[in-house]
Design a protein around this ligand. Structure first.
Ligand SMILES: *[C@@H]1O[C@H](CO)[C@@H](O)[C@H](O)[C@H]1NC(C)=O
Ligand SMILES: *[C@@H]1O[C@H](CO)[C@@H](O)[C@H](O)[C@H]1NC(C)=O
Ligand SMILES: *[C@@H]1O[C@H](CO)[C@@H](O)[C@H](O)[C@H]1NC(C)=O
Ligand SMILES: *[C@@H]1O[C@H](CO)[C@@H](O)[C@H](O)[C@H]1NC(C)=O
Ligand SMILES: *[C@@H]1O[C@H](CO)[C@@H](O)[C@H](O)[C@H]1NC(C)=O
Ligand SMILES: *[C@@H]1O[C@H](CO)[C@@H](O)[C@H](O)[C@H]1NC(C)=O
Ligand SMILES: *[C@@H]1O[C@H](CO)[C@@H](O)[C@H](O)[C@H]1NC(C)=O
Ligand SMILES: *[C@@H]1O[C@H](CO)[C@@H](O)[C@H](O)[C@H]1NC(C)=O
Ligand SMILES: *[C@@H]1O[C@H](CO)[C@@H](O)[C@H](O)[C@H]1NC(C)=O
Ligand SMILES: *[C@@H]1O[C@H](CO)[C@@H](O)[C@H](O)[C@H]1NC(C)=O
Ligand SMILES: *[C@@H]1O[C@H](CO)[C@@H](O)[C@H](O)[C@H]1NC(C)=O
Length: 580
């Protein structure tokens, strides 16, 4: 059987060599008959995006006399060198019967991210679902069979209990009525989490992923309070159902909902009424002074387990807390035998760019990134712009990227003959994508590399998709840019992210890259300028401060297995495999 499939694979690869030419020709002729390439040849306008450095896309005539996008040609070639020959194989063929079915399944496997995603979606409603695997390198992290089965069961639960189902309508009525009607316990069919937004998009993405894992662990259905600011960003993640809290739900308003924190206090004071409410609000949007009160303790989880509807608000990645909770631990270890790729899996599962976002991502990619031999992502966040001179930040960036050979130094004199010849050499081009609120970083880098030769002979092109000036909350256009840029950074080969930035956490998690952490220059500190991240999981910035018996935790990293302090935020913790 094994031998058979290997032979099949070999013969397939051989036939692919020949087919490849056929495919390329087919594409040129068929470019308007299947969605994928129609998409690529669409206008390249980056609606709403401001470019620091914009070049017109190059449309040329190929040897067959047909108009062809040069970027597309490169794009198809991106994975040509991959052992698995993934991209070319994925291109739809005119005569699909000539492809062995085993390989179709393999392709399906890539497309579905090794089983993380499920098929059956209407492809047009979420194009990124069927295309994103063309852009990402295949992930070395495979989801466990157990996680996959949990996800399939969850989807089923969501179809049974999500909005517009009988169970949902009935349950919501019971819960809404109980609010005005004291706290008589009434049985609901299903249990729910409503995720409540706080802070910026990066925080929200990592907190949704954490809330979803909580839903998986507690058999709850997760709904999200998405307002206008998230329109056009994400696809529906669950097949044949919606995760959006319906607009007419009474549960947009959480004002009078009993708080988890006061419930825990009442429990400690022995004043807790036996008759618990049907809805409770757990505010886990921590700070130094406000810890997650016993959320990681079994007794809290037993109490919360009795509440049908939980509102969950958090700005952090609270997944490590679940590993401190004894009743969850066993289940978690089955789901994640490798505990360092949890966000990588949940993030890719939940956050598929919706068509509008995907169009911007692919347009940008086609226009600027395909031509490069290497893509370098620089995410530059300045926490205190008033007291941090941009020049200091710029020096840090240069110091980090040059010292670590992420970018080449420039020669003092420009060598025109060299730069013209190397500009023609695609294998010699590095594209830098700068994500920052401040356009000067992209501009400065661009000025540095423009018209100058580098010591390595590489050509460096710098693009910054946006420079918003300041962060805006609850703003759809701003969120769209942020999401597009997080995603583009996740497609880079080399990544530099700013210390403590959740924007960077999302990018590295989706892309499975261990970035260089760039520190902000503060008060002439002697701290390192940048260092390599050790694990792609986001940092949980506000871990519990107390054991479940109330004793203060002196050192969390030595008290619990697989927990270590974050490099970029030493107060916080992240999950590690064994000893790192
Ligand atoms: C487009 O391609 C043509 C022919 O290869 C070349 O002369 C021209 O410089 C290219 N333009 C851009 C913007 O890359
Ligand atoms: C597809 O390829 C097979 C095998 O080469 C051939 O027998 C068949 O006629 C082709 N079908 C079409 C529609 O071209
Ligand atoms: C209050 O609860 C009672 C009994 O559970 C129920 O009959 C009644 O309809 C409820 N009233 C409201 C306003 O929901
Ligand atoms: C999803 O909906 C489609 C169309 O209604 C249906 O054909 C399909 O069986 C459904 N899938 C599941 C898993 O419910
Ligand atoms: C619990 O007891 C403390 C100390 O007596 C008091 O300050 C606090 O208000 C009580 N909390 C609740 C929710 O009753
Ligand atoms: C980077 O900083 C280190 C330490 O401050 C310094 O020794 C080094 O020369 C700097 N490198 C560059 C390229 O600025
Ligand atoms: C410029 O580059 C060319 C080609 O590599 C080389 O022959 C020439 O010596 C260089 N000139 C200078 C001034 O570095
Ligand atoms: C292009 O650059 C690569 C890497 O530096 C080099 O190996 C190759 O010889 C160059 N090709 C041409 C045509 O200059
Ligand atoms: C690069 O060269 C172009 C054309 O010669 C010129 O317009 C531009 O100002 C130069 N840029 C820099 C940074 O010197
Ligand atoms: C940092 O050190 C330099 C040189 O020692 C000094 O000029 C500058 O004022 C210092 N900056 C801050 C913010 O302390
Ligand atoms: C509380 O629990 C911790 C961890 O299990 C233990 O080390 C500590 O001694 C306990 N404190 C008390 C007062 O029981």
């Amino acid at each position: 059987m094994v031998a058979y499939s290997r032979r099949l694979k070999m013969s397939f690869i051989v036939s692919l060599m020949a087919l490849h030419i056929v495919i390329m020709v087919t594409i040129m002729h068929q470019s308007s008959s299947f969605g994928l390439f129609e998409w690529f040849s669409q206008g390249m306008a980056m609606g709403g995006m401001t470019h620091v450095n914009v070049k017109e896309p190059n449309v040329t005539t190929n040897e067959f006399g047909l108009r062809q996008n040069v970027a597309l040609d490169n794009f198809v070639g991106r994975h040509k060198g991959d052992a698995k020959f993934k991209s070319s194989k994925s291109i739809p063929l005119t005569n699909s019967t000539s492809t062995p079915s085993k390989e179709i399944n393999d392709d399906e496997k890539y497309k579905l991210l090794d089983g993380l995603l499920v098929s059956g979606f209407d492809e047009a409603s979420c194009i990124s679902r069927s295309q994103s695997h063309f852009y990402h390198k295949p992930s070395p992290h495979k989801p466990s069979q157990y996680l996959i089965s949990k996800l399939r069961k969850y989807e089923e639960l969501h179809r049974r209990c999500g909005p517009n189902t009988r169970a949902y309508n009935k349950d919501m009525k019971i819960i809404a009525n109980s609010k005005q009607n004291g706290t008589h316990c009434a049985a609901t069919t299903c249990k729910y989490i409503i995720w409540v937004p706080v802070n910026g998009l990066g925080n929200q993405i990592i907190s949704i992923a954490s809330s979803f894992l909580y839903a998986l662990l507690t058999d709850r259905v997760m709904l999200v309070q998405f307002r206008k600011d998230k329109e056009g960003l994400f696809c529906e993640p669950f097949l044949n159902s919606t995760w959006l809290l319906p607009k007419d739900s009474p549960f947009w308003n959480t004002e009078n909902v009993q708080r988890y924190q006061s419930t825990i206090e009442m429990e400690m004071n022995n004043t807790l009424n036996e008759d618990l409410p049907l809805a409770m609000f757990a505010d886990l949007s921590f700070s130094y002074t406000f810890e997650e009160r016993f959320f990681h303790c079994d007794h809290s989880q037993f109490l919360l387990g009795k509440i049908p509807l939980l509102f969950l608000k958090s700005s952090t990645y609270f997944v490590p807390s679940f590993f401190l909770t004894p009743i969850f631990e066993k289940e978690l270890r089955k789901m994640f035998p490798d505990i360092t790729s949890i966000f990588h899996h949940l993030g890719r599962y939940l956050f598929r760019p919706a068509n509008e976002a995907w169009e911007r991502i692919t347009n940008f990619y086609q226009q600027y990134l395909t031509k490069a031999n290497e893509r370098v992502g620089l995410q530059i966040r300045v926490y205190d712009p008033n007291s941090t001179p941009h020049q200091d930040v710029m020096n840090h960036i240069l110091n980090c990227t040059l010292e670590n050979n992420l970018l080449p130094r420039v020669l003092g004199t420009k060598n025109t003959s060299l730069s013209t010849s190397s500009r023609k050499n695609k294998t010699n081009t590095k594209v830098v994508i700068v994500a920052s609120l401040y356009p000067q970083y992209g501009n400065n880098l661009n000025t540095m590399y423009q018209n100058k030769s580098t010591v390595t002979g590489e050509v460096i092109e710098v693009y910054q998709p946006s420079g918003e000036g300041k962060q805006k909350f609850g703003d759809n256009k701003h969120n769209m840019k942020a999401w597009v840029e997080m995603y583009l950074l996740s497609l880079c080969d080399v990544l530099v992210t700013t210390s403590q930035s959740t924007f960077g956490y999302v990018a590295k998690g989706l892309g499975n890259s261990r970035p260089w952490i760039l520190y902000n220059p503060v008060n002439n500190q002697t701290k390192e300028i940048c260092e390599r991240e050790f694990i792609v999981e986001p940092c949980h910035k506000y871990p519990p401060l107390h054991y479940c018996n109330g004793t203060t935790i002196e050192d969390i990293s030595s008290s619990f297995h697989n927990i270590r302090h974050c490099k970029d935020f030493p107060f916080g913790v992240k999950l590690v495999n064994g000893f790192v």
